[in-house]
Design a protein around this ligand. Structure first.
Ligand SMILES: [Zn+2]
Length: 305
């Protein structure tokens, strides 16, 4: 990627403007959401009242294909209550996410926005934390004084109502198409390398598609694992998760000096279903970091109990 001096100066200027945002600025943008005295658990109950009821057939289908998955409704209710017991409130918590660009990845994020206020977004294609160390540092500075961060990340995968993994129905679109499109494109790129057929290209590290270029680089260590999988589309989000898990924890570790009272890291696989049914999440990590940036507790068992 080649950037002109003018572009670099522009990037530097926008980065300094970014870090200049104060917690007071965040409070004003989130004022409407954070107004009121409802607890996080009360807010989750209100949010869930507007979501579809659990559908027995979809519930069985998702849990058969993704053992360990729970509905977003069940998960959000539990995380709000587990974190409330630790002192996380809507007013003292900044939600930070690293989820795919796909609008289906907003379902979970929108719910949590209604509980904790607007999120700081670290994520990009496939859910990778493209905002990196700079994004995490800025986010930490925006956590209310003596407050908490809830960081949620993960890749996502669709499942259609007839059980096809990697496809999902979308509102207003007849074609039942790929989900996650970025992950599947990266998987196809990798298959071209492991099985042959990859094309020589002059478009390496193009700025206009650098996120997908990074996803394709980060999927490379999983070539054998994906080729050996019984169902490549089912294995794909777990392979990407393993890469993301390393990257996100490395970024937290690099910026742990900025953690205020504590940070909860919830990560796993988002499972998107059609527009009339609930989404699901397979939690794979729910760690609590203390003010010194050390992981002092795993809360994952409380989520599945
Ligand atoms: Zn996606």
């Amino acid at each position: 990627m080649k950037l002109s001096l003018a572009s670099l100066a522009l990037l530097a200027a926008s980065a300094s403007a970014f870090t200049a945002v104060t917690p007071a600025g965040r409070a004003s943008t989130s004022l409407n959401i954070l107004a009121g005295t409802q607890s996080a658990t009360e807010r989750v109950a209100n949010v869930m009242a507007a979501r579809p009821e659990e559908n027995e057939a979809i519930d069985a289908l998702v849990k058969k294909n993704f053992p360990g998955a729970i509905s977003n409704k069940a998960m959000e209710t539990k995380i709000a209550s587990i974190l409330e017991a630790k002192g996380f409130t809507p007013a003292n918590t900044l939600l930070c996410t690293s989820l795919c660009c796909d609008e289906l990845a907003r379902n979970l994020e929108d719910d949590l926005n209604k509980v904790y206020g607007h999120n700081f977004n670290l994520g990009g294609l496939s859910g990778f934390p493209f905002a990196g160390n700079t994004g995490f540092g800025a986010m930490s500075a925006h956590v209310p004084d003596d407050g908490f961060c809830l960081l949620v990340h993960g890749p996502h995968v669709g499942i259609s109502k007839d059980g096809v993994i990697g496809k999902v129905e979308r509102s207003g679109i007849a074609l039942v198409d790929n989900c996650c499109g970025s992950a599947i494109a990266a998987s196809n790129y990798l298959k071209g390398i492991t099985d042959g057929g990859a094309k020589i290209t002059t478009k390496l590290q193009q700025f206009s598609d650098f996120q997908q270029g990074a996803v394709q680089e980060l999927i490379l260590p999983h070539g054998k694992r994906l080729n050996d999988a019984d169902n490549r589309m089912k294995e794909l989000p777990y392979a990407l998760y393993d890469s993301q898990d390393i990257l996100v924890r490395d970024i937290i570790n690099g910026g742990k000096g900025g953690i205020k009272q504590g940070l909860a890291l919830l990560s796993g696989i988002q499972i998107n279903t059609g527009p009339d049914t609930l989404d699901y999440f397979h939690p794979l990590r729910f760690d609590y970091y203390d003010a010194d940036g050390n992981v002092v507790e795993s809360m994952i068992d409380e989520l599945s109990s």
